[in-house]
Design a binder for this molecule. Structure first.
Ligand code: NDP
Length: 339
């Protein structure tokens, strides 16, 4: 089976590639951009096989491709021509569409770029699939952020909850989901949307809040930062799953769930960000003070994310296996090795 991962240089994409290396019979392809940092793939360096930029016709890709490797090809999803060339040549059986402008705070500063990247990138994939005349299963990475404004009697969140997005990022994810629905209805494109709740672990981008805390603790331990951590609002609650459990869930989503449908994926445990910080401070080897930084506060924040994933669990048998304490410890150790 041939699998294409968009966003392979990102957090979830790199873990997806790592997991698929253990699946016999899976041929792995991924896309990167010329300016992409390949840090998240550095542990897999000896498995990487870069197909030369510009080499994207079907025959050359067939002969250039290396079995047992992660084959990566230069492609910007915003360029419809490159995407058509890529999809038409690779002809994947499964696509994990993980590429996105994925950071909520960035979406406040760059709303147009966020909408453009997330919506047009996906549109280009769908159109390329149609053009190539192939029929792959496609995972679309939706987000719990789509729920946005939630009232106290609406948790834990089910797929039937209203979507009241509170950031440009969340709007882009609702649009991705609507596009998936429309292309499924209109053209039979076999996409399945995961509404993923927060996931974390090693390689989590340093601008995400839990990773920012962990990185600051690691810097302080090494004496590279004053022993003070800057934080934003710590009252909001999030439902965290380990990224390694999440990518396993994405695989099961395509194995067992219904094209055209939407599934929540989350642990079902919600906790205030204050608790996340306290857990990390408890793991710290040094004493750390905490300071509120008003620049880290958002124009409107989602106060609670709490998953009801029973629909997904019943369809697939999936259960998270890695406790959050372990996820945070692995994230902190990741930063200890890097700062
Ligand atoms: P990251 O930000 O770590 O990775 C995003 C990836 O997308 C990068 O590889 C980036 O490439 C790539 N990308 C962005 N735009 C383009 C483009 N135009 N063309 C090609 N590649 C592009 O995100 P995550 O791994 O954390 O998230 C994966 C998906 O899951 C995203 O859709 C995200 O919105 C969604 N999600 C994530 C959650 C989480 O908690 N992590 C929760 C719910 C949903 P480059 O390296 O070049 O920048």
């Amino acid at each position: 089976m041939r699998v294409l991962i968009t966003g392979i240089t990102g957090f979830a994409g790199s873990h997806m590639a790592e997991m698929l290396l253990k699946h016999p019979g899976v041929e792995i392809f991924g896309i990167y951009r010329r300016r992409s940092r390949l840090d998240n793939l550095s542990d897999l360096r000896d498995k990487l096989f870069m197909i030369e930029p510009g080499v994207a016709d079907k025959e050359t890709i067939q002969s250039a491709f290396a079995p047992g490797k992660i084959n990566i090809i230069d492609c910007d999803l915003l360029d419809p021509f490159s995407v058509q060339k890529l999809i038409g040549s690779v002809r994947p059986d499964r696509i994990f569409h993980l590429a996105a402008q994925s950071h909520v705070p960035t979406s406040w500063n760059s709303p147009a770029a966020t909408l453009q990247d997330n919506i047009m990138g996906q549109l280009n994939i769908f159109e390329a699939v149609r053009q190539a005349g192939i029929d792959p299963l496609i995972q679309i990475a939706g987000s719990s952020e789509e729920y946005g404004m939630v009232y106290p009697d609406e948790v834990p969140m089910r797929e039937s909850n209203p979507l009241r997005p509170l950031s440009p990022y969340a709007v882009s994810k609702v649009a991705q989901e609507m596009l998936a629905y429309q292309y499924h209805q209109s053209y039979g494109i076999k996409s399945i949307v995961s509404r993923g709740f927060n996931h974390s672990g090693p390689r989590r981008g340093e601008n995400f809040v839990d990773s920012s805390f962990a990185r600051q603790v690691a810097l302080i331990e090494k004496g590279k930062q004053e022993p003070v951590i800057s934080v934003g609002d710590l009252t909001s609650k999030r439902d965290f799953t380990d990224v390694r459990d999440m990518v396993r869930a994405y695989w099961l989503l395509l194995d067992k769930c219904e094209p055209g449908d939407v599934y929540n994926i989350g642990s079902g445990n919600t906790r205030p960000m204050q608790e996340v910080l306290d857990m990390l401070l408890g793991m710290s080897r040094v004493k750390v003070d905490v300071k509120v930084d008003p620049t880290r506060l958002r124009p409107s924040d989602v106060m609670i994310l709490w998953a009801d994933s029973s629909k997904f669990m019943e369809a697939t048998g999936w259960q998270p296996t890695i406790p959050y304490e372990q996820t945070l410890r692995d994230l902190l150790d990741y930063w200890r090795e890097r700062v």
